[in-house]
Design a protein around this ligand. Structure first.
Ligand SMILES: Nc1ncnc2c1ncn2[C@@H]1O[C@H](COP(=O)(O)OP(=O)(O)OP(=O)(O)O)[C@@H](O)[C@H]1O
Length: 252
């Protein structure tokens, strides 16, 4: 069965999509069978991996209009189930008991076909993110090295603890990942020091690898290309390769 990894943070623009994309490519280059699930109605992961967002998408899968495997796109980069804006209506369309298990139930069907399933989640702690937490084995939390980055981490932690108690007892907080880190910038160093304190007090890991900033990251996404293929020597891309190795060494 595949290990399910979810990137989450209720803050927007912190690197969830980018990190999902990069770790997926890192794992693929290591020879693993990887499926990405775009569970963010913005559909940015689908775009960056060159998947069309016409139906069937993950929305049709959770609505049980189509079986999970028939929504998989086999792009040049990866296997991915795309999403589009319709996914946001899940919040109002599903109100009954068991709505937290929609994604987990879908994933079960394709889990034996992959080693890893990576989920990109939206910037909120609503029903979509709760579904992602319920389906996941591990949650990774990208944290942007800016002044507001660690605000809300306690709330995210509390939500994860709640999901662990009620819906998914084996869920693991895999760690916080500093994104757009620059050792030369004082703000980055301050955020790192705060993240270390948060990590100690909440007993959640802070990943050793920090991802530096590079325009190549956005460029590869805009070009819908595998950053590890088009710019393997780029410093931020190398950081993501190192992250892949750190996570694998840690038993991912
Ligand atoms: N290491 C990096 N260096 C430079 N730009 C980056 C880096 N990581 C992410 N970005 C850029 O920052 C922006 C936000 O990143 P991303 O879309 O991954 O965040 P997100 O958390 O998924 O956003 P949302 O909450 O809207 O889903 C994107 O334009 C992306 O290309």
């Amino acid at each position: 069965m595949a290990k399910v990894i979810c990137f989450a943070n209720q803050k927007g623009g912190v690197g969830k999509t980018t990190s999902t994309n990069a770790l997926a490519m890192g794992l693929k280059h290591k020879g693993y069978r990887v499926l990405c699930i775009d569970f963010d109605p913005q559909g940015n992961l689908s775009f960056s991996m060159d998947a069309d967002t016409e139906p069937p998408t993950i929305y049709d899968v959770v609505k049980r209009k189509v079986k999970c495997r028939f929504a998989i796109r086999h792009t040049e980069m990866i296997d991915i189930i795309p999403s589009n804006l319709l996914l946001s209506s899940v919040e109002v369309e599903f109100t009954g008991n068991g709505r937290e298990f929609l994604l987990k139930d879908c994933i079960k069907q394709v889990s034996p076909m992959y080693d890893y399933i990576l989920i990109d989640s939206p910037p909120e702690l609503g029903v979509l993110t709760v579904n992602a937490f319920t389906a996941a084995d591990v949650v990774l939390v990208p944290v942007l090295t800016d002044v507001y980055s660690l605000q809300g981490i306690t709330r995210l932690y509390d939500t994860l603890q709640h999901i662990k108690r009620t819906l998914n007892p084996t869920l693991k907080f895999g760690g916080m990942l500093l994104v757009r880190y620059s050792a030369r910038e004082e703000l980055s160093r301050t955020v790192l020091a705060t993240a270390e304190m948060v990590s100690k007090s909440l007993q959640i890991p802070l990943l050793k690898t920090h991802i530096r900033s590079s325009v190549m990251i956005a460029k590869a996404q805009a070009m819908q290309k595998d950053m590890m293929k088009i710019a393997p020597q780029n410093h931020a891309v190398m950081d993501y390769m190192q992250l892949t190795e750190e996570l694998l060494r840690g038993g991912l």
